[in-house]
Design a protein around this ligand. Structure first.
Ligand code: FKS
Ligand code: ZN
Length: 343
């Protein structure tokens, strides 16, 4: 399996995030991608190559131009105001406030195009964000060209980013960009299978009214876990998209048997959809030692997960998302890929 990777991921480094009332080191950090890459090499997964550079038009097929330009210029504007450090959003639109008008003020725009305060923009973030999107688009192009499976070693991650909002460590939705690229290259239907511990609210929202992309999410119950406000079982899709969104929320403390049953149910939905290709939003924060998560999967379960996904017998793009047990992230992520390959 080819891995697509860009060293430019390291140009995004969050200075830290609020954890309750404390400002703590960011969980989403560059070592994550470096350790996954090291494991890819250690097991000899296959060739590692850099991404092609795609035009901004590839991004605006999924994202609002206003979001893309804010990501490109926010830090420059922040600095021009005499501020140091990274640009953080602080103010959001609640019900009853104007959602029809983009604020002129930078803080207004940062809030308008985001949904949390955990996703700061530094002077060099854009280069990493763009590289991560290019990694996903390149991987999708390889699958369109006939590769059976490709690993997009994306960082920063993407599944919380919607058409017009960043948040949850995510800026652009790499999995959605990959799915759209597969469609543009000729696929009639694409399924996105999101196995990250957190609900992929951005991916769901992007495709909620569409029937050419089936979105299946297995994640911690939003009544207990971030992102709290989307990802419930009663979200089937809307309009033409009705029946093409599937949420399988699970409680804190979920172990492999219940997680596996949810995956089996999700795989059944994907099979019934008969997609031409599958995009896997691959988060390994379901691991038992993950510092911010509450599922209890073990190393070998990731191998089994990959084997179950292989039974779909569909070309697959694996897009890296979360996972914060950094010392073990390489083993867990690459176990999914070797489990897929070996079955
Ligand atoms: C508030 C922090 C709240 C944010 C959790 C984000 C999880 C990200 C992820 C991704 F795949 F996108 F990386 N916690 N200060 O793992 O879903
Ligand atoms: Zn996650």
């Amino acid at each position: 399996m080819i891995t697509v990777f860009s060293a430019d991921h390291a140009l995004h480094q969050s200075p830290g995030e609020l954890l309750y009332s404390e400002f703590v080191p960011a969980f989403e950090k560059p070592e994550r991608a470096e350790l996954i890459l090291a494991r890819v090499r250690e097991v000899g997964l296959g060739e590692v190559r850099g991404p092609e550079s795609f035009p901004l038009e590839a991004l605006t097929k999924i994202h609002a131009p206003g979001l893309v330009s804010l990501l490109m210029t926010a830090h420059e504007e922040w600095s021009a105001m005499g501020r140091t450090g990274a640009a953080y959003p602080y103010t959001w639109a609640a019900r009853g406030m104007r959602a029809d008008r983009v604020p002129k003020n930078l803080d207004g725009r940062l809030g308008f195009y985001s949904f949390d305060c955990g996703t700061p923009i530094t002077a060099t973030s854009w280069q990493a964000i763009k590289a991560s999107a290019d990694v996903a688009l390149t991987a999708a192009g390889l699958v369109s060209g006939g590769a059976k499976s490709v690993f997009a070693l994306c960082r920063p991650p993407g599944h919380h980013a919607g058409a017009d909002h960043f948040g949850g460590y995510c800026f652009l939705n790499n999995a959605a960009l990959a799915a759209q690229k597969l469609l543009d290259d000729g696929a009639a239907r694409v399924a996105i299978l999101d196995v990250d511990y957190h609900h992929g609210n951005g991916t769901q929202a992007i495709f909620y009214r569409r029937n050419d992309v089936l979105v299946v999410n297995i994640h911690a119950d939003p009544d207990q876990e971030y992102p709290y406000m989307l990802g419930f079982a009663d979200e089937p899709g809307q309009g033409a998209g009705e029946g093409f969104n599937v949420n399988l929320p699970l409680p804190w403390g979920t172990e492999w048997p219940a997680w596996r049953a949810a995956l089996a149910a999700g795989i059944q939905r994907v099979t019934a959809f008969a997609p031409d290709a599958v995009v896997v939003s691959l988060g390994v924060d379901t691991f038992k030692n993950d510092p911010i998560s509450h599922f209890l999967l073990e190393h070998e379960h990731f191998t089994l997960m990959g084997g179950m996904i292989a039974e779909l017998m569909k070309p697959a793009v694996f897009v890296m998302e979360g996972g914060y047990a950094v010392a073990e992230i390489g083993v867990n992520a690459v176990n999914v890929l070797t489990g897929f390959n070996d079955s």
